[in-house]
Design a protein around this ligand. Structure first.
Ligand code: AMP
Ligand code: MN
Ligand code: MN
Ligand code: MN
Length: 281
């Protein structure tokens, strides 16, 4: 079954509306799609309404990508197959979204000191709901302070950039518990993309499992075969399931289109096996 358990809409830092995302997933023959916006579930009802009226049998799973604080730095946790009406979840989402707006206000103060003008106004115009560093990067490009998003991250808001705003996200443990209380599966997103050594990543994966985490992403566009083999060792050691997704944000990135990522071996315990697909139809 062609699935994709990690994708974004314009409610966070994706470029497509929920309707356009579903449309594209159908075009790409994705049969099972989880919309996992950063700290938001707002695109899901729209996507669902749209999918209902399509001729396709695409099945949508409700999901989210939470930013969380671990002992090893900031991480992303996908909550898959969650109940998006869960009160605790909704309250935490609101909290995370407020933290994001506070963070960009700190960015703005620091930009002012560097003579970088107009970013906040741009964010207020361009941001639909959840404000992310992708929005900040796009604003910096639009205002001529960087030639592309990559440079905006390098120069300003990336790990080694000049503009920092420490944010106290929900903790890894609380995020996992929250996902569980909303009936979902907690998945450590794109493990090899965090800026840390393999040794620390190994510890992170161990801590994730100890905190109750269920799975790790073992298939996503930038994952090399070597890294995948290394991750498989960690996955096995920690008894975690595997998940996969494109982390789709916008169409012109050919290498991360919907449904496009390396396959997970069929004998690997997969989150797919935990999901009652008929219940989501
Ligand atoms: P935030 O959750 O607000 O910290 O924003 C993180 C998002 O920024 C990620 O989900 C990526 O989509 C994007 N991102 C992170 N690093 C880079 C980078 N170096 N270049 C382009 N986009 C990036
Ligand atoms: Mn993103
Ligand atoms: Mn992520
Ligand atoms: Mn993502």
């Amino acid at each position: 079954m062609r699935y994709d358990f990690h994708a974004h809409t314009h409610f966070s830092d994706g470029m497509l509306s929920p309707e356009e995302l579903v449309e594209r997933a159908v075009e790409k023959n994705v049969e099972l799609l989880a919309i996992s916006d950063h700290d938001s579930i707002s695109g899901i009802p729209q996507a669902r309404d749209y999918a209902k009226n399509l001729k396709s049998d695409i099945v949508l799973l409700d999901a989210i990508e939470l930013s969380a604080q671990s002992d090893f730095g900031e991480i992303h946790i996908v909550g898959l197959a969650i109940d998006i009406t869960n009160c605790q979840l909704l309250k935490s989402i609101e909290n995370q979204q407020q933290k994001r707006w506070r963070r960009v206000k700190v960015f703005e103060q620091k930009f002012q000191k560097l003579g970088v003008q107009g970013v906040f106004e741009e964010l207020e115009k361009s941001c639909k709901q959840v404000v992310t560093r992708s929005h900040v990067a796009r604003a910096l490009v639009k205002l001529g302070y960087a030639k592309d998003n990559n440079q905006a991250f390098k120069k300003y808001i990336g790990k080694k950039g000049r503009v920092k705003a420490p944010t106290e996200w929900i903790t890894m443990l609380d995020a996992i518990n929250l996902i569980h209380s909303a009936g979902g599966i907690a998945i450590l997103a794109h493990p090899t993309r965090y800026p840390m050594s393999n040794r620390r990543l190994g510890y992170l994966i161990e801590e994730f499992e100890i905190a109750g985490g269920d799975a790790i992403e073992m298939a996503y566009p930038s994952l090399s075969p070597d890294k995948k083999a290394w991750l498989e060792v960690q996955r096995k050691q920690n008894n975690l399931m595997a998940s996969g997704g494109s982390d789709f944000h916008y169409p012109n990135l050919k290498w991360s289109d919907l449904g496009r990522f390396p396959a997970i071996d069929s004998d690997t315990p997969h989150v797919l096996k935990k999901i009652d697909i008929d219940a989501w139809r």
